[in-house]
Design a protein around this ligand. Structure first.
Ligand SMILES: C[S@@+](CC[C@H](N)C(=O)[O-])C[C@H]1O[C@@H](n2cnc3c(N)ncnc32)[C@H](O)[C@@H]1O
Length: 385
């Protein structure tokens, strides 16, 4: 409330989301309050067990192997937004076990702006078999590396702007204080001013890229959507940090035509806490995760503009089947009686990873840059078997 008052009573949605997630004292991630996992606020694929990293490891090994074959020098496996550090820890173990030579040349670099999260990652990775360090993009840009960058459910945590179609014009959504005679001030979502050609040029470009200017006449009054204003700067920083290699983004993402459907009247923004979901982003600010879907066309434009070549994308279900998930499930049938409980837990995790109504609908989106692009990437982009 005090912050809003000091900012004149209202701020853009992106400013509010940034505070609610990343403020070091009050933000859900910044303070380290949010817990990722089945016993925490929300589950992600790596938090279901080591199966996800085990299936992903051959893809990373292929990409790192291509770089290793192309020349000497260190290789880097980078992860942005590592959460509890489970994916990084499980991947390091899988690489060390399955590809010891590659692992011997590889360092792990974690990019985590939120000190509360980084502290837990340090504990989780205390006995990591790879050398590991924490860096930000600015430090990496000073000494760019060759390797693979993973972004698993991190771009959906970048602050988004929200815009509203009022039947005639687009307006920027604001978060502001409600005045009046209430004993306690309340915060509310408000329709801001109509977008102006000069002051809001960046948002108007995003609207155009999303195809919204073409379909706006068919949208109902009050239709609201998210614009991923943080994505292009993030791709630019990622490109400046990696001279050669691959980027794999795994996240909720929609094609523009799905994102822009008139029926998606409230956008895609959701809040998560304690395994509960709510469409209200203003609930107890700083204690809920806030997340919005990505738009595939926005990602592709940002990637091309910043020097990443898109290599293709698959739904997670298809990607994991191409990487051998069905064979792993089949292998669980041969387990010894004393391993039955572990086999059943593994089976449940594998099935959740490909559930088409849940994690199986996530998108795996691959990009590359540099000489390594001359070599084909095959594993998760081939047909499932
Ligand atoms: C939804 S959690 C995902 C955690 C983990 N990747 C997983 O899937 O279990 C988002 C993570 O991204 C971090 N994060 C948020 N903004 C970031 C940014 N701009 N760069 C890197 N990490 C960020 C958060 O602190 C948190 O660790």
């Amino acid at each position: 409330m005090a912050r809003l008052q000091s900012c004149g009573g209202a701020v853009s949605f992106a400013t509010y989301m940034d505070w609610a997630l990343h403020d070091p004292e009050h933000g859900a991630y910044g303070s380290g309050r949010l817990q990722v996992g089945t016993g925490g606020d929300f589950a992600t694929s790596p938090s279901l067990g080591p199966e996800f990293a085990g299936l992903l490891a051959p893809q990373l090994a292929q990409w790192l192997g291509q770089l290793a074959a192309a020349g000497p020098g260190p290789l880097t496996l980078l992860e942005a937004g590592p959460g509890e550090g489970e994916l990084a820890a499980d991947l390091a173990r899988a690489l060390a076990a399955g590809w010891p030579e590659l692992a011997g040349r590889c360092q792990l670099v974690l990019i985590e702006p939120n000190p509360g999260m980084a502290q837990r990652q340090r504990q989780r990775l205390a006995s990591c078999p790879l050398s590991v360090r924490w860096c930000n993009f600015a430090e990496l840009e000073a000494q760019p590396c060759r390797g693979v960058l993973l972004a698993h459910e991190v771009l959906d945590a970048l602050a988004v702007e929200r815009v509203i179609w009022d039947g005639a014009r687009w307006r920027r959504q604001q978060v502001g204080l409600l005045g009046g005679l209430r004993p306690e001030p309340l915060i509310a979502l408000q329709h801001g001013q109509p977008l102006q050609p000069q002051a809001d040029a960046a948002l108007l470009v995003e609207l155009q890229l999303r195809g919204l200017l073409k379909v706006q006449a068919g949208l109902p009054c009050g239709w609201t959507t998210e614009l991923q204003v943080g994505v292009a700067p993030w791709y630019a920083e990622a490109a400046a940090s990696l001279v050669e290699g691959h980027l794999l983004v795994i996240d909720y993402a929609l094609e523009a035509w799905r994102y822009n459907a008139p029926s998606r009247i409230g956008g895609t923004l959701m809040a998560y806490r304690g395994q509960r979901a709510s469409p209200d982003p203003l609930l107890e600010p700083g204690t809920w995760d806030l997340t919005a879907h990505l738009c595939l066309e926005t990602l592709e434009t940002a990637a091309r503009a910043t020097g990443w070549q898109p290599l293709g994308q698959r739904r997670q279900g298809e990607a994991l089947l191409a990487l051998g998930l069905a064979q792993q499930l089949h292998g669980l049938q041969q387990c010894e009686p004393d391993q039955l409980a572990a086999a059943l837990a593994s089976r449940e995790a594998l099935l959740r990873l490909v559930d088409p109504a849940g994690l199986g609908d996530f998108r795996w989106i691959a990009y590359g840059r540099g000489e390594v692009l001359k070599q084909p990437t095959t594993l998760f982009l081939r047909e499932p078997h």
